[in-house]
Design a protein around this ligand. Structure first.
Ligand code: ADP
Ligand code: ZN
Length: 742
């Protein structure tokens, strides 16, 4: 037997100590290993351990976390191979990972994987070489002291040690000169720690003089930061009211106290304007964290965050899982935004888990929005969150006038999408030398291609979805899986020639109509697929700001936070788009999105106006937009949710069963259906085909579990799902607090 342990000599060996190691894998919990004696093997240490025939990196997990190890026989315990030279994962972060796993029903290792997204960062960065002269160096026979060599020797005769870059900067001498002197023994080499990758933001640079309303709100946030304990504050201000400058003050105070601040933004890769403002206030750039970051930057950033060398991190939702050494503030801007919900792997809401992180870390959380989510509004009413209101725009700017265009009364000409009132408003805006924004939340040219002869619709073979025509790229594309083909010349079903017709508009088609109406106007499309990364996005933002664009046509990515002073008209092409379907929050989300879009108009001296095209002018969302009465809308929405026991007045979880073979998926779904939990106040709906019943080649069935607010669904779900063994290729995913109902 390995290690000489047998059951007959099972006298406990006091020298053998077990540690639990959590691996970033989908295992049910930590595994037991034998601790190698030595320093640094406490909870949180990053370690290398054997697993099967491979080696893995993991984290020593606590005993008190309630997570048992696998309880493997002492005889079969394997050794921890190495303790990595990385700062240990802190206790708060370990509790956070356990908490998120418990809430989302994800394996803890899957959550740890998000925190260990850059394994390379666990190895120390190579330092840089620095050189110092050797006092009394005996010059070897025949070694010539050239002018350059002499300059270097003189420079390095006194400290501090200098890097090759320093030496080059001060003497002009390159690597070969240094190498020559080093070989001759004239220089001593030292290793210096790599320089901090992030400059220190200066909290005391002057920002704009705050308005009295801003100053009052900032004072409250400062108090929350100074309290150094958990609190949640909603910063609720109309678009353009200066929320950003207010929470900048909270960040400044956090920095003064020597702690780190995290700001979550939706679409961080596209936040050029925000970053400019940060630099103007703090004198340097923050650390960024998002999916487009290169590997080297990720590694440096992860490590800097862990070593307390990244004072401010600005990121997408995944930034919540960085290993902060001294986090003191979390700001979640546009807290209502849908991009905070992750819907693959671990299904979680970064807004909600951000609040949990604040609670566990005993620190303040700031939620900012002009259109807070109903969940947050209700938390304010229940007294769990504080609220600060900013009711006015900055300076002379006023909120734009919103008008509804009833498309039944004022329809666009046939085959067109802009109604006469909107076309007229565009003409006036151009005439005045101002800018307009046309908003349509649909990429491409047309959402549907249909055969006029037989009615056949072109659909994705892998998804239950139509193919969207993108004329600019000459493709029909599935927006769910990326499947694409060239538009066929005949109908694939009835073979009729030239019978395929584009139905409905996307932004490209609106651009075509704008060209026809206003051939002189300079226009530009802003949609995620027409932009190749943050660079080109930044270019467009700069072009609009400088006045090089007259009409901007875009999807929801332009709704978020942009400030274009000369933009005075916003036209919403199809306000009804988000209201169809079975989405619980369709009205709420449409109201939020359109309020944000409308908020792009008239943000400086020039007053703005908004025209909203709709077939349902009497719909509560449209009525609220026209009247500007957000409170009435929220009250109605709340009453409806309350009556239906829907969140935030009840709990909801979705269970999604999916797999490549329909029969197998149905069998698993039926098996789950047979043992569905049955408890008073609990409702289990389904199995039903998901709205996207086929997605990326996987068939999908859904359950919806509904329960009272005072009862956690997790134990019920856990018990239920444990009773069924899914078919071989079938996956069961749990989405607690679902946002998408597809
Ligand atoms: P919000 O986030 O509430 O929509 P912003 O923070 O973007 O509003 O502010 C709107 C505009 O007003 C920005 O251009 C910002 O730079 C400017 N601004 C904010 N506060 C002030 C202030 N106190 N004085 C002058 N300009 C300000
Ligand atoms: Zn598809």
């Amino acid at each position: 037997m390995p290690n000489g342990h047998t059951s007959s000599d099972a006298v406990p060996d006091p020298g053998v100590e077990r540690v639990r190691v959590l691996l970033p894998l989908g295992l049910p919990g930590p595994l037991d290993y034998r601790a190698v004696p030595g320093p640094g093997l406490g909870p949180g240490a990053f370690v290398r351990v054997p697993l099967g025939s491979a080696e893995r990196l993991g984290v020593v997990w606590d005993r008190e976390s309630g997570a048992d190890g696998d309880g493997i026989d002492e005889a079969r315990l394997r050794d921890v191979l190495e303790i990595l030279d990385a700062p240990p994962l802190g206790a708060v972060m370990r509790r956070f990972i356990d908490w998120v796993a418990g809430y989302t029903l994800a394996p803890p290792g899957a959550v740890l994987k998000m925190a260990m997204s850059v394994p390379k960062a666990l190895a120390p960065e190579a330092g840089v070489s620095a050189y110092l002269g050797v006092p009394g160096w005996p010059r070897p026979e025949g070694f010539r002291i050239t002018a350059q060599r002499n300059k270097v020797l003189e420079l390095l005769a006194a400290g501090p040690p200098r890097t090759p870059a320093d030496i080059r900067a001060e003497t002009g001498a390159g690597a070969s000169v240094i190498k020559g002197l080093e070989a001759a023994g004239a220089l001593a080499v030292q290793r210096l720690a790599p320089p901090s990758p992030f400059a220190a933001p200066d909290p005391d640079r002057a920002g704009p003089a705050l308005t009295p309303a801003q100053a009052a709100a900032a004072a409250k946030l400062l108090a929350a930061v100074r309290a150094e304990k958990f609190s949640v504050t909603l910063l609720d201000g109309v678009t353009g009211s200066g929320k950003t400058e207010v929470y900048f003050e909270a960040i400044a105070e956090t920095l003064r106290r020597g702690r780190q601040a995290l700001v979550l933004l939706p679409e961080i890769a596209l936040s050029a304007q925000w970053l400019e403002r940060f630099a103007a206030r703090f004198g340097c750039a923050p650390a960024l964290w998002h999916s487009e970051l290169g590997a080297a930057r990720r590694r440096r950033t992860w490590r800097a965050v862990a070593l307390d060398r990244a004072p401010v991190v600005v990121g997408a939702r995944s930034a919540l899982f960085l290993p902060y050494a001294a986090l003191g503030l979390i700001v979640i801007d546009e807290e209502h935004d849908g991009s905070y919900k992750q819907e693959d792997g671990v299904f979680y809401s970064a807004r909600d888990m951000g609040v949990v992180r604040g609670h566990l870390g005993a620190l303040p959380v700031v939620l900012a929005s002009a259109t807070p989510s109903l969940e947050t509004v209700v938390n304010v009413e229940r007294g769990r969150y504080a609220a600060l209101r900013l009711g006015e725009r900055i300076g002379s700017a006023t909120l734009p006038e919103v008008g509804l265009v009833d498309l039944r009364a004022a329809p666009p000409p046939s085959g067109r999408w802009l109604s006469p009132p909107l076309a007229e408003a565009l003409a006036e805006t151009l005439e005045a030398g101002q800018q307009a924004l046309l908003f349509l939340n649909r990429r491409g040219y047309a959402p549907l291609t249909l055969c006029r002869a037989c009615g056949h619709r072109l659909e994705c073979p892998n998804c239950s979805a139509w193919l969207v025509e993108h004329r600019a790229s000459g493709r029909l594309t599935c927006h769910h899986c990326g499947y694409a083909l060239r538009p066929p010349s005949s109908c694939p079903d009835c073979q009729a020639e030239a019978s395929l017709a584009a139905c409905g508009p996307g932004v490209e088609r609106i651009a075509e109509e704008v060209s026809a109406l206003f051939p002189e106007a300079r226009q530009c499309i802003m949609a995620s697929d027409t932009l190749a990364g943050p660079q080109s996005f930044g270019d467009i933002v700069a072009a609009v700001t400088s006045g090089a664009v007259d009409i901007l046509i875009g999807t929801q990515i332009i709704a978020k936070g942009y400030h274009f002073p000369r933009l005075t008209l916003v036209g919403v092409v199809d306000a009804d788009l988000g209201l169809s379907g079975a989405d619980l929050r369709a009205s709420e989300h449409t109201h939020q999105l359109l309020t944000q879009v409308a908020g792009r108009a008239g943000r400086a001296e020039l007053p703005g106006r908004v025209l909203v095209q709709t077939y349902m002018p009497e719909h509560p969302v449209m009525a609220a937009l026209a009247s500007g009465d957000r409170e009435a809308f929220i009250a109605a929405e709340k009453a409806e949710r309350k009556a239906a026991h829907m969140p935030p007045f009840g709990r909801l979880a979705a269970v999604i069963v999916s797999g490549p073979r329909e029969g197998e998926v149905d069998a698993t779904a039926r098996a789950l259906g047979r043992v569905r939990p049955d408890a008073p106040g609990l409702e289990v709906l389904g199995p039903a085909p998901a709205a996207l019943s086929l997605l990326r080649g996987r068939h999908r069935r859904r359950f919806l579990v509904k329960g009272a607010r005072d009862r956690a669904l997790q134990p019920i779900l856990r018990h239920w799902l444990a009773r069924v063994r899914p078919g071989k290729a079938v996956r069961i995913q749990v989405d607690v607090d679902p946002v998408s109902f597809l």
